[in-house]
Every structure is written in structure tokens, then in C-alpha cells.
Design a protein around this ligand. Structure first.
Ligand code: TYM
Length: 400
């Protein structure tokens, strides 16, 4: 058994916003005291879309680290590092890429979506198509079991699991047992032997329970197997090989799709964000001008919180009694929209204050930050080297 590790990453695309915080970072601050955590700024991923303008990446990397520390990530508990400082990420991406079918990559929802969204950039590149392979390598390199991310990353996690399963099936098997399985399965007859291995494959790669049941019936119905052969083939269906790579799971928060000022998912590309360290006056202005239920033209018009974008933020920032006050006040026109917005403004500013204080320390003395990241990169490299050695050995790249 491997230790239960956490891995997550963020692209250095600029300062972080409240979607990053409520969707992911807040969860990281909880996880860091429970598990060994690896948090990585994925600069190579930023290059998949910004390969023509790499100049902005470095500045953004440091901004992201400051935002993490501001949000309460503790460098004494978690390992904070930069992806490109651990070259094993690219080695593993190359190796798992060998057995990743193109069709898996072309099916990823974000692939087509991003191509559409970022029309001004030419994203018909090898690097961009391979984005999920690199992401899978990030996670698998640390044998992370828990990956705290936002909802949009779930398909990438599913592919990471598929890649790990395929890798383990291809490279983790014990060759003597495998050879024996071919010899014994031959006794089922060619057709049934082929079916047996196909069903075993579906079960082991996709966890397909029906395939397992069907394989069981083939074995039970066969007259040509001895008791020992049957038992062997039964257990071979389940043989948990020494797993070289570990299948991770996404960890989502209740705000795994935190809405922005316009009700869509908060995202820089929609221009609907509030920055983690944004100026107070700008935050107040943004919330005060947010659109509310269009039915509330005048103060005397009753409204419906379900039709109001601010209501979504109340879910994140306000307690039950404030929400009740909003609901009643809005429906009876007892409060105005600005009254309703005030607890959200207060909530955001209250949450922000300690972040500004924590960030200041690193802005005043950037060497503190460099030391934390240097130390994190070294720790990550050490850990990555161990897993990479297992991967190389399993793939027959030993040369010793
Ligand atoms: P990125 O950089 O787009 O976003 C970083 C993380 O923030 C989450 N997020 C949100 N969650 C909830 N509501 C929002 N409005 C919101 N906006 C952003 C994202 O879901 C993400 O979890 N592919 C990744 C980076 C990556 C990675 C990894 C993540 C590369 N390798 C390995 C985890 C593990 C990405 O583009 O995230």
C-alpha cells in the first residue's frame, strides 16, 4: 500500500479569484493537515495555450504562490513547487502517452470547448491535445489518491484513472502467472479463451461488473477445466497486480462551480471575477452593480431570489438566518437590492482581510517565497524520482 497523498495544480494564468478559493483552495487548507500534499503551479500547462507569449508566465507563477499562501496554504505542511522544476513530469507524460489512444484525448470536453473559446490562438497543436496526458502525469507521478479540483476538471481525472489502469495492465503483470493463464485458458477452446481475456480486460480496465459475471459463467459452464484450472482462472480474473500507478479520485467542494458576477462559472475568460486580493473599492463596486431579479424594477416590486445572481453568492457567504432574511425581504419587497447585497460584500471583505495580511509578508520579502518554493521543488523531485524509477523498471528501461 502506498501512503494516501494529495496532489493538485493550478495554471499560472494571472491572479487567482474567489472561484479558485471556494472551489479548491479552501479545501487544500483543510487537506494539508490530514495528508501529505503536493501543490504544483503547472507552468508547462500554461504554455499549451500561451506558447506564443511565454513572457508573462514567470510573473504569474509568483503571483499564484502568493495567492496560495494568502489563502492559508502552510508551506510547513504542504509541498509547493513548480512543474517544470521537476522534469520527471515530462518523462512520465512521454511514457504514458505511448499507450494513450488518440480517441480518448479527442473526446475530452474541454478540448473542443477551449478550441472554440480561444479562437484567436492556434490550438491545433500536439501540446494542447496532450494537455490531459501531462495532467495525468502530474498526478500519477506522486501516486496521489485525492485530487481536490473544481467540477470542470472531473473528465481529466476520469482519463487519468483510465491511463493508470491501462498502464498497470500493460506493465504490472507477473509474466510467469500471465504465461500460465494463457496455457490454462487454452483449455476453454479458442473462442472462449479469447472471450475470457476480453472480459477480464473490461473488468480490470473499466471495473465492469457484468463482464466479471459473464467470465464467471464461462468458467462454470466449461467441462474441459479441472477444479484447479477453474480456480486458477477464477482468481486470475481478480489478480490485483502490484500497481505501479495509483488511480486517483477527484475531491469536490460544495462550490465546485463557483458562480461569478454574471451567474456563469467564475472565470477570467468570462470577465466575471473577483480577485482574491482585489481592492476593496473595486469589490464593493462590482457587487453593488451586479444584476438582480429583473422583476425588481422599483423598491416596491417583490422579487424572487431564485432568479437573482446575488442569491448564488448568498449561498457561499451567508448563514441560514441571513438567507431567510433575504428570502422574506426580497419576496415581500421589504428590503432593497442594495440592502440584500451588503451581507455578501461584508462576507467577502471579512474573508479577504487575513489574506491581505498573509500576502503582505511575502510581498515585503520575496526571498521568503523563493526559499519555500526551492525547498518544495527539491522535495517534489525526490518523491518523483522514486516513482519514476518504478515506472522505468516496469517498462523494461532498466539498463543496469
Ligand atoms: P485551472 O488553472 O484552470 O484552475 C485551477 C483549479 O481551480 C478550479 N476552479 C474553480 N473551481 C470552482 N469554481 C470556479 N469558478 C473555478 N475556477 C477554477 C479548477 O477546477 C481547478 O481545479 N487542468 C488544471 C490544472 C492542472 C491540474 C493538474 C489540476 C494541471 N495538472 C493536476 C489538478 C491536478 C486547470 O487548468 O486548472
Amino acid at each position: 500500500m502506498y501512503p494516501e497523498r494529495v496532489f493538485s495544480g493550478m495554471r499560472p494564468t494571472g491572479s487567482l479569484h474567489l472561484g479558485h478559493y471556494h472551489g479548491v483552495l479552501k479545501n487544500w487548507t483543510v487537506l494539508q493537515s490530514k495528508y501529505p500534499c503536493f501543490f504544483c503551479v503547472v507552468d508547462w500547462h500554461a504554455l499549451t495555450t500561451h506558447y506564443e507569449t511565454p513572457g508573462v508566465i514567470e510573473k504569474n507563477v509568483w503571483e499564484v504562490f502568493i495567492d496560495w499562501l494568502a489563502a492559508g496554504i502552510d508551506p510547513n505542511q504542504a509541498t509547493l513547487f513548480i512543474q517544470s522544476k521537476v522534469p520527471e513530469h515530462s518523462e512520465l507524460a512521454l511514457l504514458i502517452g505511448m499507450s494513450t489512444p488518440l480517441s480518448w484525448l479527442e473526446r475530452v470536453p474541454t478540448y473542443k470547448e477551449q478550441m472554440e473559446k480561444l479562437k484567436e490562438r492556434d490550438l491545433s497543436t500536439y501540446g494542447f491535445l496532450g494537455y490531459p496526458v501531462l495532467m495525468a502525469a502530474d498526478i500519477l507521478l506522486y501516486r496521489a489518491i485525492h485530487v481536490p479540483v473544481g467540477e470542470d476538471q472531473v473528465p481529466h481525472l476520469e482519463m487519468t484513472r483510465q491511463i493508470a489502469r491501462r498502464f498497470n495492465r500493460l506493465y504490472s503483470s507477473d509474466s510467469i502467472v500471465e504465461e500460465k493463464s494463457y496455457q490454462v485458458a487454452k483449455k476453454l477452446g479458442k473462442k472462449h479463451a479469447r472471450l475470457y481475456f476480453a472480459l477480464r480486460h473490461s473488468y480490470q480496465e473499466q471495473g465492469d461488473g457484468e463482464a466479471l459475471a459473464q467470465a464467471h459463467s464461462i468458467l462454470l459452464e466449461s467441462n474441459s477445466l479441472s477444479i484447479r484450472d477453474r480456480e486458477f482462472l477464477f482468481s486470475y480474473l481478480e489478480v490485483a497486480r502490484k500497481r505501479i500507478l495509483v488511480e486517483p479520485k477527484a475531491l469536490l467542494t460544495s462550490a465546485s462551480r463557483m458562480p461569478g458576477l454574471d451567474g456563469q462559472k467564475m472565470s477570467k475568460s468570462y470577465g466575471n471575477t473577483i480577485g482574491l486580493r482585489e481592492a476593496k473599492s473595486s469589490i464593493v463596486q462590482k457587487i453593488r452593480t451586479m444584476q438582480t431579479d429583473p422583476a425588481r424594477v422599483q423598491l416596491k416590486d417583490p422579487g424572487d431570489p431564485e432568479k437573482c445572481k446575488v442569491w448564488q453568492l448568498h449561498q457561499v457567504y451567508c448563514n441560514e438566518s441571513t438567507r431567510e432574511w433575504v428570502k422574506v425581504g426580497c419576496k415581500t419587497a421589504g428590503i432593497g437590492c442594495l440592502d440584500c447585497k451588503q451581507p455578501v460584500i461584508d462576507g467577502i471583505l471579512r474573508e479577504q482581510q487575513p489574506m491581505l495580511e498573509r500576502a503582505q509578508k511575502y510581498m515585503d520579502d520575496p526571498s521568503l517565497l523563493r526559499d519555500i518554493v526551492d525547498d518544495g521543488c527539491e522535495k517534489a523531485r525526490k518523491s518523483a524520482k522514486e516513482v519514476m524509477q518504478d515506472v522505468r523498471d516496469a517498462m523494461g528501461l532498466k539498463y543496469s
